[in-house]
Design a protein around this ligand. Structure first.
Ligand code: ADP
Length: 402
C-alpha cells in the first residue's frame, strides 16, 4: 500500500509518499510560504537513491488547498511524477500535535475526531489549527481515502497521574486540563521499538530512556514499552535545554521579569520559547555553530554546551531512578544522532551506574542504528536515527489494516 504522510504547518505542508511493501520513500516534499507573494514547492523523487530527482517550483500558493493540489499534481505529473493518479494512495496519515486526553493512539479521522482536535486548540493554539487545515483539505480532496490522525502526545497518555500532575490547585486540572502531556511521542515510540529489535527483546519487556535532541529536545522513561514519564509538559517548553527554548526554569522568574523589567506575559512567553535555550546562553542555536565557536575559544558557547549536557545528565539520572532497571539508553534526532561530544558529555560521570561508552564507536555521525557502549557497560547505549514520517506511515498502515 502507498501511504501519504502530511505534516501541515501554519504556512507550510511537509509531505512524504511511501511504498509500505518495502517501506521505501517514493517522494518527499515541502510546500512553503503559503499565503505569501511567492511560494515554493520542492520535491525529491526517490530520495537518497541513485535515481534521486529534485524538482523546485516557485509559484504563488494562496492557501493549503492550493498547496496540496500543487503537490498532488507534481506526484502524478505524466513526465516527472511517481504515481499514475491519486487513487494509488491507499491511506493518508496526518501529524497532529495535541490530542489532549482524548487520544491514546492514532485514530481514523471522523467528524467526532475533528471536533476533539478542535476542542484541544487551547492546548496548542499555533499547531492544532494548522494541522486541521491540512486534514480538512485532504478529506475534501480525497473523500474515499482513509485518513488517520497520529498524535505527538498519544504515546505519553500512559503516564501515571503522579507523573503528569503539576502540584497546582486541583481545579486547574479538572476545569482547564492543566497537566503534563509530553510531545515527540511518535519519535520516542519509534526509537523505543527499533531499540527493542536491536536488543532482541519484545518492546513490552524493555525499560528504556529515549533521548530526542533536535531543535526541540525531550527525554522519555519507557517502562515495559510504554511511556511513564517525559520531560516536555503541558506545552513543549518544559524539561531539557533546547535550541531556543529554556526548558525548566523557576516559575517565579515570570513574576520577576514582569516586576523588574516591566515585561508583559506575551513578551516573557516569546523570550522563553524563541530567545532562550542554547540561543539565549550564547547567541547560537545550531550545535554545529556552537562547536565551531568553542574551537575559536568562545566561552559562552562552551557554557551553552555544558548547561545543555548537564541538564541531560540530570534527567537521565532521574529516569534511572524512575525505572529502577534500565535496558538501554538511546540517543536520536539531529544532535543525538550527529554529535559525539553531546552524547559523551551527557553520560560523563555515569560510569558508576553502569553506563560506559566506547569512545571510538561514539566518535561518528550515525546513519544506521548503532550500539556505542563499551563491552563492559551494564547498560547498552544506542544511537537510533529517528524517522517520523516512516513512524506515521507505519501507524497509519496498522490502523487501516485493523
Ligand atoms: P527538529 O527538532 O527541528 O526536527 P533536527 O532533529 O533536525 O530538528 O535537529 C536539528 C539540530 O540538529 C540542529 O539545530 C543542529 O543543532 C543539530 N545537528 C544537525 N547536524 C549536526 C551535526 N553534524 N553535528 C551537531 N549537531 C547537528
Amino acid at each position: 500500500m502507498k501511504i501519504l504522510v502530511i505534516n501541515s504547518g501554519s504556512s507550510s505542508i511537509k509531505f512524504q509518499l511511501l511504498d509500505m511493501e518495502e517501506e521505501r520513500v517514493l517522494a518527499s516534499g515541502l510546500v512553503e510560504r503559503i499565503g505569501e507573494a511567492s511560494g515554493l514547492l520542492a520535491t525529491k523523487f526517490n530520495p537518497d537513491t541513485e535515481q534521486q530527482q529534485v524538482v523546485k517550483l516557485e509559484q504563488q500558493i494562496a492557501d493549503h488547498r492550493q498547496g496540496m493540489l500543487a503537490a498532488i499534481a507534481l506526484l502524478t505529473d505524466a513526465d516527472q511524477g511517481i504515481i499514475k493518479d491519486a487513487s494509488e494512495i491507499g491511506a493518508i496519515g496526518h501529524r497532529v500535535v495535541h490530542g489532549g486526553e482524548d487520544f491514546h493512539q492514532p485514530t481514523v479521522i471522523s467528524k467526532e475526531v475533528l471536533e476533539a482536535i478542535t476542542a484541544n486548540i487551547p492546548l496548542a493554539p499555533l499547531h492544532n489549527p494548522a494541522n486541521l487545515d491540512g486534514i480538512t483539505v485532504a478529506m475534501d480532496l480525497f473523500p474515499a481515502v482513509p485518513q488517520v490522525a497520529v498524535f505527538d502526545t498519544a504515546f505519553h497518555q500512559s503516564m501515571p497521574p503522579h507523573a503528569y500532575m503539576y502540584a497546582l490547585p486541583h481545579a486547574y486540572y479538572t476545569e482547564d486540563r492543566v497537566r503534563r502531556y509530553g510531545f515527540h511521542g511518535t519519535s520516542h515510540k519509534f526509537v523505543a521499538t527499533e531499540t527493542a529489535k536491536m536488543l532482541g527483546k519484545p518492546l513490552g519487556e524493555c525499560n528504556l530512556i529515549t533521548i530526542h535532541l533536535g531543535n526541540g529536545c525531550s527525554m522519555t522513561a519507557v517502562e515495559n514499552g510504554v511511556s511513564v514519564d517525559t520531560s516536555l509538559g503541558m506545552t513543549p517548553l518544559e524539561g531539557l535545554v533546547m535550541g531556543t527554548r529554556s526548558g525548566d526554569v523557576d516559575p517565579a522568574i515570570h513574576t520577576f521579569l514582569h516586576r523588574n523589567k516591566g515585561m508583559s506575559l506575551d513578551d516573557i512567553d516569546e523570550v522563553l520559547n524563541k530567545e532562550s535555550g542554547l540561543k539565549g546562553l550564547c547567541g547560537m542555536n545550531d550545535m554545529r555553530d556552537i562547536h565551531d565557536a568553542i574551537a575559536q575559544g568562545d566561552e559562552r558557547a562552551k557554557l551553552a554546551l555544558e548547561v545543555q549536557t548537564y541538564r541531560n545528565k540530570k534527567y537521565i539520572g532521574a529516569y534511572m531512578a524512575v525505572l529502577g532497571r534500565v535496558d538501554g539508553l538511546v540517543f536520536t534526532a539531529g544532535i543525538g544522532e550527529n554529535d559525539p561530544d553531546v552524547r559523551a558529555l551527557s553520560l560523563k560521570g555515569l560510569e558508576a551506574f553502569g553506563v560506559k561508552i566506547d569512545a571510538r564507536l561514539n566518535d561518528q555521525r550515525v546513519k544506521e542504528p548503532l550500539q556505542i557502549s563499551s563491552a563492559d557497560s551494564t547498560i547498552p547505549v544506542l544511537v537510533i536515527p529517528t524517522n517520523e514520517e516512516l513512524a506515521i506511515a507505519r501507524e497509519t498502515l496498522a490502523i487501516v489494516q485493523g
